[in-house]
Design a protein around this ligand. Sequence first.
Ligand code: ADP
Ligand code: ZN
Ligand code: MG
Length: 489
Amino acid sequence: MTPEFLEKYEPVIGLEVHAQMLTATKAFCGCSTEFNSPPNHNTCPICLGHPGTLPALNENLLRFIVRMGLATNCKIRPRSIFARKNYFYPDLPKGYQISQYETPICHNGFLEVELKDGTMKRIGITRIHMEEDAGKSIHDFGAETLVDLNRAGVPLIEIVSEPDMRSSAEAYAYLTAIKSIVTYLGICDGNMEEGSLRCDANVSVRLRGAEKFGQKTEVKNLNSFRNVQRAIESEIERQIGLVELGRPVIHQTMQFDDNKGVTRPMRTKEEAHDYRYFPEPDLLPVIVSPDYIEEVRSEIPELQRIRRDRFVADYKLPKYDADVLTAEKSVADFFEESVQSLASKSDESRKAISNFIMGDVMRLMSERKENILQLKLQPHYLSELVDLIQDKTISNKIAKDIFPDLPGSTESPKQIVERRGLVQVTDADALRKTILEVIAANQDNLTKYRAGKTNLFGFFVGQVMKATQGKANPEIVNELMKAELESHA
Ligand code: ADP
Ligand code: ZN
Ligand code: MG
């Protein structure tokens, strides 16, 4: 988008985010929510929509949505009801979805979102309600379309924002905040690519300074953070193009073409009355007592931004480290457990743990596509490794060599160092002997060094490290080597 047009027009964006809840069973029946089950395995007469069956609310769904409401500063409605959203689709055997309509359980909240430049922006949350997912049509079996109802009845929450965002970057930041909160709360795995988090973006444009919003469109089914941002940008551009030509923006549902990077119309938007919402007669109203709210409030952990600021204050970490370490709660937990079992309680050791996690640990996580728990790395082994460096038992290099052996190991770093004889050589006499041998074996380089090619210093040190299999203490080698090379100059 050319800046000239963005000076003239202001984008307005509101997001609707569906988050799949990590309950063990479905929203209104006892069927498992297991992701990898064989097709139609996790079904029963209730979620298959057999007549005469009765749904019952999963208490964990209620608990999870109240957590989310409290974490996003929402009011929690003491009494809310479910509603039927009626439509026909082959993956919807009941002919309706159980949802909430006029009385969403959470409403009037907000989120403080941190933008790239460090400034904060408040984004209103209109409502958060409970609903069930539909099944899934599978079209890639030749001419046939098959249906898998494992997902029918899986619990979702829908988080609807106010139209408070003014750029795709703000939408991205908002979505990032939502993901961080749901994963910290342990209510959703936050994986957009796998559909646990789904986002529809509502976009309009208006002349800057105008009071009234422009006509919005809704871009559906965005499957990655990057695509949310791209789709919003392309939709802003499309709408400005229309307005510039004096053409109307039509109330439509758009879809995003990932390859071409453009949005195109999918269908003309249906209205709420098309769904003929009416109160769900088979479910009781949801009554939430103040005691229950306080109980759920006590389950809410310290959230990312607060934890990050505490990491900076308590562990003297750079903000960058604190951001990386707290992006995922499990990583932040791992860091704190490691720090707690450190023997050397110095800022230097804490920074060394941070470096290991941001480097070796995260590299291994992405290589193996595993989270930090799946690595089976014991946090106190990492602290022991750092302690061994700090007390000069091993060099940094040896520590890096040992690290890959630690995940899944029952042998501690200390034991590995002993078994493999990796204790650092700090004995000056022994090291001087090796240094003299290296010098004797490299007379031509010695001559060059003394003639002024002092960058050969690294070569000599390297030879000593090689001869000692990396076990020589580098500081002592540096010092002795300098003395030897320069003594006869
Ligand atoms: P609908 O009637 O289409 O469901 P809602 O008023 O319920 O629309 O809003 C749905 C979403 O669209 C919300 O996230 C809201 O913030 C956003 N929204 C509403 N009006 C606009 C607008 N003019 N431009 C951009 N987003 C909007
Ligand atoms: Zn079921
Ligand atoms: Mg609406």
